[in-house]
Design a protein around this ligand. Structure first.
Ligand SMILES: NC(=O)c1ccc[n+]([C@@H]2O[C@H](COP(=O)([O-])OP(=O)(O)OC[C@H]3O[C@@H](n4cnc5c(N)ncnc54)[C@H](O)[C@@H]3O)[C@@H](O)[C@H]2O)c1
Length: 360
């Protein structure tokens, strides 16, 4: 076997430990050789659990990037440093997987796309919901043309009460926004990918700060600090595309609604429709009758063996590493993530001004 790819992880918090590190650890063609966190003990802990025997630890990412033996960097820091660290890593000759959202602004996201083009290194964004079984299946259905022309879609990112209270998620300056940029980004990415449509024409948006200032609020992760809650608690967008297709995006961390649905989309096309309720449902018309089918997504298993199916995160990591080894395009292309960033930014802008934002 050729030499293993050497991977470094910058930011050793929740998503690094919950997704990147366990998935990368399962891939035979890589070694985890360097870890960085401004809280050094987090880098040390991660190195101990996931790294090779003499893995290096840093509290300054610039020092880590000086190690010429590192091939790939995973950027798992808060949103405000995604662009800076990813661009520096690309300039240092590394391939980069950066967590979602790509960046706080479309200007930063554009600089990331340009840096990848300039350096010839690969860049991808951690839109792991594309790698779920239902998403993979629906993408195949849609790409085969079974739905016809998809002219209406909904992107769902609605939590009734699940405000992330750790880290800096409530901090407008560090995150660039609340549920829209945090979970709306996944739902919109999924929707555009299913539609294969990256040409927005106009956006109207609204954002609300209605529940965030409440004290002792009910919440999946415990009550939040209303003083720190500077981002919106809900945001909604109405997006029209150049070909006339229309998308409604709904995002919330806290809203009085029983209609919860996160990182999902509903599609309506000329030949059929689909949604991700109760698993995956495909609907349409055959022989003058309407039909709706549920796709069986579980592979089953037997009493003594659950099966050894690859998880979403493992598939995401494996395809990313294979794209580097085989020199192919990653599943999540930087230009696609740039369009997601542009649309989210336009929703925030429209919410502030009360006016539609038009793309030239
Ligand atoms: N794909 C997903 O579904 C998903 C889920 C959760 C979080 N995320 C994304 O991952 C990112 C991190 O979120 P998290 O939940 O892991 O947050 P977290 O606060 O748990 O972890 C972030 C870590 O980065 C470290 N850090 C901050 N600035 C740094 C810097 N300049 N250099 C090195 N380390 C630095 C912090 O000390 C912390 O340990 C966010 O952008 C978030 O949107 C993605």
């Amino acid at each position: 076997m050729t030499e293993k790819l050497k991977i470094a992880v910058i930011g050793c918090g929740g998503i690094a430990k919950g997704k990147h590190l366990p998935s990368l650890k399962k891939i035979k063609q890589v070694d985890l050789i360097a870890f960085c966190d401004i809280k050094l003990e987090r880098a040390e802990e991660a190195a101990e659990e996931y790294g090779i025997a003499d893995a290096k630890v840093y509290n300054n990412y610039k020092q880590l990037l000086q190690d010429a033996s590192i091939d790939v960097v995973h950027v798992c820091t808060p949103n405000n440093s995604h662009a800076e660290i990813s661009i520096a890593a690309l300039e240092a000759g590394k391939h980069v997987m950066c967590e979602k959202p790509m960046a706080k602004t479309s200007k930063e996201a554009k600089s990331m796309v340009e840096a990848a083009e300039r350096t010839g290194r690969k860049l991808t964004i951690g839109y792991n919901n594309r790698f779920r079984t239902d998403s993979q299946y629906l993408h195949k259905v849609s790409r085969r043309g079974d739905l016809g022309e998809v002219y209406f879609a909904k992107a769902h990112a609605i939590r009734r009460r699940a405000v992330p209270t750790w880290g800096v998620f409530l901090d407008e300056e560090k995150q660039g926004g609340g549920p829209l940029i945090d979970i709306g980004t996944h739902a919109l990415d999924l929707t555009l990918w299913m539609m294969d449509n990256y040409r927005p024409k106009a956006v109207m948006g609204s954002a609300f700060h209605k529940l965030g200032k409440r004290k002792d609020a009910a919440n999946a992760w415990g009550p939040w600090d209303p003083e720190k809650f500077t981002v919106e608690d809900s945001a909604f967008g109405f997006i029209t595309m150049e070909n006339g297709a229309t998308i409604i995006l709904e995002s919330s961390w806290a809203i009085n609604s029983l209609d919860e649905d996160e990182a999902k989309c509903s599609l309506s096309g000329t030949e059929g429709g689909a949604d991700m309720k109760d698993g995956l449902r495909i609907n349409g018309e055959n022989f003058g009758k309407l039909y709706a089918t549920n796709v069986e997504l579980e592979s089953g298993g037997v009493a003594f063996y659950d099966g050894d199916e690859e998880s979403d995160s493992e598939l995401e990591a494996r395809l990313w590493i294979e794209s580097i080894i085989n020199d192919t395009e990653p599943t999540v292309k930087p230009k696609e993530a740039f369009v997601v960033t542009q649309i989210l930014e336009a929703i925030y802008e429209s919410a502030k001004t009360g006016k539609a934002v038009y793309f030239s």
